[in-house]
Design a protein around this ligand. Structure first.
Ligand code: ADP
Ligand code: MG
Length: 292
C-alpha cells in the first residue's frame, strides 16, 4: 500500500509536471546516482532541419531530391521527416515515385528500390563512404563538427548526395544538467549519431559523458554497465527505440510528448518535456523517504 505522505507528494509533483506511475518509483528516485539520456527528442527538440545539401555533379539533383524525399516519406524517423520536408520545399512539382522494398534499418537509415536502382539513405558507416570524397571534399567532417548529422544518399554503388541536418538543443537542457551535477548525479548521453556530431552536442548540453554510434539495443547494454558502476541509474528517452533502455534502468523517465511506447514503458513522465523537473522529482523523493 502507498503511504499517505507518498500519495500527497505524488499529487504535488503531478501539479508541477512530473507524473509518477506508482509509489515505489517515487521513493526509488532519490537513490539515483547516474542518468543516461537519449539525444534526439530528449536533450534536443527532435525537430531537425536540412541545412546543407551537396549533389554529385554527374547526377540530376532534382531527381535525387525527389527520390530521397519519396523514400523518406515512408519512414517516421525525425531525420526522414526533415528530408521529405526539405525535398518538398525545394521542388515545385513532384511526380509520383514508385518506392518498393522499403526497409528501415534501426539506428542506421533506410534502403529501397526505385526504377530498378537500389537507394540507401543513412549514416556514412551504414551507406559506405566509398566515392564520397571525390565530390564533397571532406565537407561532411566540417558539418559534423558543427553538431550537424550527416546523411549520405547512395544510388546503386555511388554516393550521389550528402545532406546535413541540424537539431537544436532544448533551451532547458543545459540548466537541467547543471542542476543534476549539483546533486552529484553523473550524466551520460547515448546516441546513434556519429562521434563528431555527438561530441559537439554533448559540449553544448554540458553533459558529463557521451557514447556515440550506439545502436538501440546497445543502449540497454550501456544502461546495465552504468548500473554496475553507479548501482541506481535512470534513463530518459522519448522514442520507440528507447523503450528497452527505459525498462532496463532502475527508473525509466519518458518525455511527455514522446511516443506511446516510451510513455507505457516509463515509470515517470515529464509532462511538459521539462528536463529540469528531474531535479525537483529527485529532491521530492528524498524528502518523502524521510517522512516515510
Ligand atoms: P538517435 O540515437 O540520435 O535518436 P537513431 O539511433 O535513431 O538516432 O539513428 C542513428 C543515425 O542513423 C542517425 O544519426 C542517422 O545518421 C541514421 N538514420 C537513422 N534513420 C535514418 C533515416 N530514416 N534517414 C536517414 N538517416 C537515418
Ligand atoms: Mg530520441
Amino acid at each position: 500500500s502507498i503511504m499517505p505522505a507518498t500519495l500527497s507528494a505524488i499529487s504535488n509533483s503531478a501539479k508541477s509536471g512530473v507524473l509518477f506511475k506508482g509509489g515505489v518509483h517515487a521513493e526509488n528516485l532519490s537513490h539515483i546516482k547516474a542518468i543516461a539520456f537519449d539525444k534526439t527528442g530528449t536533450l534536443t527538440n527532435g525537430l531537425p532541419v536540412v541545412t546543407d545539401a551537396y549533389f554529385h555533379s554527374n547526377f540530376n539533383s532534382n531527381e535525387i531530391l525527389e527520390i530521397a524525399g519519396a523514400i523518406e516519406k515512408e519512414s517516421t524517423h525525425p531525420l526522414a521527416r526533415a528530408i521529405t520536408a526539405y525535398s518538398e520545399s525545394q521542388l515545385n512539382n513532384t511526380s509520383r515515385i514508385n518506392v518498393s522494398d522499403m526497409k528501415n534499418v534501426s539506428g542506421n537509415g533506410v534502403s529501397a528500390f526505385v526504377n530498378n536502382s537500389k537507394w540507401e539513405i543513412g549514416k556514412p558507416d551504414f551507406v559506405g563512404k566509398e566515392g564520397a570524397a571525390e565530390f564533397q571534399n571532406g565537407v561532411s567532417e566540417q558539418l559534423a563538427a558543427k553538431g550537424k548529422t550527416v546523411v549520405f544518399v547512395k544510388k546503386d554503388n555511388q554516393i550521389v548526395a550528402v545532406f546535413a541536418l541540424k537539431d537544436t538543443v532544448r533551451k532547458v537542457t543545459k540548466k537541467a544538467i547543471q542542476l543534476l551535477r549539483k546533486q552529484n548525479i553523473h550524466t551520460v548521453m547515448l546516441t546513434g549519431d556519429n562521434e563528431v556530431t555527438a561530441k559537439a552536442v554533448a559540449e553544448e548540453a554540458g553533459i558529463d559523458d557521451y557514447i556515440a554510434n550506439c545502436l538501440p539495443e546497445e543502449k540497454v547494454q550501456h544502461v546495465k554497465e552504468l548500473r554496475k558502476t553507479y548501482k541506481n541509474v535512470a534513463m530518459v528517452g522519448d522514442g520507440i527505440n528507447d523503450a528497452p533502455a527505459l525498462a532496463s534502468a532502475n527508473a525509466g523517465i519518458a518525455m511527455g510528448e514522446g511516443t506511446d511506447v516510451a510513455l507505457e514503458t516509463a515509470d515517470i513522465v515529464l509532462m511538459k518535456n521539462d528536463l529540469s523537473k528531474i531535479t525537483d522529482a529527485i529532491a521530492l523523493s528524498g524528502r518523502m523517504n524521510k517522512i516515510v
